[in-house]
Design a protein around this ligand. Structure first.
Ligand code: 5GP
Ligand code: ZN
Length: 115
């Protein structure tokens, strides 16, 4: 937890968000500014700044996070049609919140660059 991190606060329910899934490792909640009918952010509960700061010990956590993404896509009814997973990394990657997250976006045919 870092005091100023909005996603840490959402994980701890100290900030409001529509949480659609949570377990001891990850939390998934609806993006505040959806770019498609389904737009969910999946985050590790522990504060990891970005893919750039991942450690080898985080490999099981990230594997779990992707499995949760797959299950949520099924639950949300977008698995059959397909969906997009995006992890923006660093300023040039377009990352604006520096708590690692995977965007799960679907419900429409994707355009470039997102949604
Ligand atoms: P990034 O640009 O870092 O890849 O994505 C950050 C995402 O977080 C954006 O899609 C933005 O809409 C979303 N976001 C930013 N602040 C909040 C917030 O306070 N609550 C929620 N639910 N989403 C947020
Ligand atoms: Zn954080």
């Amino acid at each position: 937890m870092t005091d100023s991190c909005i996603f840490c606060k959402i994980v701890l329910k100290e900030a409001q968000a529509t949480i659609v899934y949570q377990d001891e490792q990850v939390t998934a909640f609806r993006d505040a500014h959806p770019v498609a009918p389904t737009h969910i952010l999946i985050v590790p509960n522990k504060h990891i700044e970005s893919v750039s700061t991942l450690e080898t010990e985080d490999e099981p956590l990230m594997g779990h996070l992707l499995t949760v993404a797959r299950k949520l896509a099924e639950e949300q009814g977008i698995a059959r049609g397909g969906y997009r997973l995006i992890t923006n990394t660093g300023p040039n990657g377009g990352q604006t919140i520096f708590h690692l997250h995977v965007h799960l976006i679907g419900g429409q045919r994707m355009r470039y660059p997102m949604g």
